[in-house]
Design a protein around this ligand. Structure first.
Ligand code: SF4
Ligand code: FES
Length: 341
């Protein structure tokens, strides 16, 4: 089947969604996705970020679709023509969805561990408004302890339900889900059970915002002060690939996450032992620095770029501290083994 998105055509298999076809083409025309997750079944259709305009339904029935459709749950038809980035209607709709998602979301990026890798930040950067029209009170929740490894901030949740799918598909004992409905809907554990399962940490990786964060990394560092390295170990947990990204400050591993692709989705899920218990450099074979987009926030501390020389006229003790930090961030003293092929 042939489908055309923003003037670019691609051949796809029957059953391919518009979002998947757009990802096959790549580039700016790929719609943003806050709830769809290619590695999990049954995701998508919740957030409406991925709306597109179908200007021609198919070769057999060329009528346009009257409303914008969610590209992550709409299948391609042969001869279909779609407008994504090219359509003003789509741009307006994405702005409206972003505004809607931000209605109840707090502006606490300065203290949120997800800052720098938050998909809602990226979405607001591209489609958000500088001002809010919302004058009502935002939703608030009683803090809830869901275990010693995962921090839940319910007021940041956008109810994408990815974490529920992780629990459903990766763990054998799901104890949390979406409770209540409408404005009262919230992610919570049933009867306050702690989330305790060898693969539960993956909820942190799939959460697009800072609603589920790693308690063992909490407030340790901003992500852009860490250096991400791909690493692996022989993991004996059944189902764990043992391939991770370690986030380092100096020679200290501050956080371990799954490896994420260009859409921020983990390539393979990892177990909690790899995520929480292996924080020594000697636990891992470090393969080398992780590649990231050149405009990524992680690039902010890339000292390999040529930078203007900055002369700071300040106390020697402060300069000494900065020099020590610089050494740690640029990790000049950390040896890493290159994997032998
Ligand atoms: S906690 Fe995160 S992953 Fe779970 S529904 Fe809310 S935003 Fe989605
Ligand atoms: S990504 Fe399509 S509706 Fe959320």
């Amino acid at each position: 089947m042939k489908v055309t998105i923003d003037g670019q055509s691609v051949e796809v298999e029957p059953g391919t969604t518009i979002l998947q076809a757009a990802r096959m083409i790549g580039g700016d025309l790929v719609p943003p996705a806050m709830c769809y997750y290619s590695k999990l079944k049954g995701t998508g259709g919740k957030c409406r970020c991925c709306l597109v305009e179908v200007s021609k339904g198919s070769e057999a029935d060329p009528r346009p679709m009257p409303k914008l459709v969610a590209s992550c749950v709409t299948g391609c038809m042969d001869g279909m023509e779609v407008n994504s980035k090219n359509s003003d209607r789509v741009t307006e709709a994405r702005k409206a969805v972003t505004e809607f998602l931000l209605i109840n979301h707090p502006l606490d990026c300065p203290v949120c561990d997800q800052a720098g890798e938050c998909h809602l930040q990226d979405l607001s950067f591209e489609h958000g408004k500088a001002k809010t029209r919302f004058i009502e009170e935002k939703r608030t929740f009683e803090p809830e302890n869901i275990g010693d490894k995962i921090q839940l901030h319910m007021n940041r949740c956008i109810l994408c339900q990815r974490c529920v799918q992780v629990a459903e598909q990766l763990t054998d004992n799901r104890v949390h889900g979406v409770l209540n409905r409408g404005d009262h809907a919230q992610i919570s554990t049933c009867v306050s059970a702690a989330i305790d399962n060898e693969f539960s940490g993956n909820m942190i990786d799939v959460c697009p915002v800072g609603a589920l964060t790693d308690k063992t990394f909490r407030f340790k560092s901003r992500v852009w002060f860490n250096k991400p390295f791909n690493a692996h170990r022989e993991c004996t947990t059944p189902g764990c690939c043992g391939e991770v990204t370690v986030w380092m400050f100096g020679n200290e591993i501050q956080r371990v996450t799954g490896r994420k692709d260009q859409y921020g989705e983990v390539e393979n899920f990892i177990c909690n032992t790899c995520r929480y218990d292996k924080k020594e450099v000697s636990d891992w074979v470090i393969e080398g620095p992780k590649k990231f987009e050149k405009d990524s926030v992680i690039n902010q501390n890339n000292y390999t770029r040529k930078l203007d020389k900055v002369v700071i006229n300040t106390e020697a003790q402060i300069l000494f501290g900065r020099e020590e930090d610089r050494k740690k961030i640029s990790m000049t003293e950390v040896p890493f083994k290159k994997e032998e092929n």
